[in-house]
Design a protein around this ligand. Structure first.
Ligand code: ZN
Length: 55
């Protein structure tokens, strides 16, 4: 099951998520970035960083 933690990309944030597939997980991350980090859109660089730590 793919999972992601904000702290894996160096953020001081306790958020972690796991979903049955990467597509849903990325949706969850995008929602979290918008709500908690005030980022309406994640850049390609940020997604690259995020995808590197999804496991
Ligand atoms: Zn976060």
């Amino acid at each position: 099951m793919p999972s992601f933690k904000c702290k894996d990309i160096g953020l001081k944030c306790p958020f972690e998520a796991s979903e049955s597939n990467e597509f849903d997980l990325e949706k969850k991350i995008a929602d979290h970035a918008r709500e908690a980090h005030d980022k309406a859109h994640l850049s390609a660089d940020e997604w690259t960083k995020i995808k590197k730590v999804i496991h």
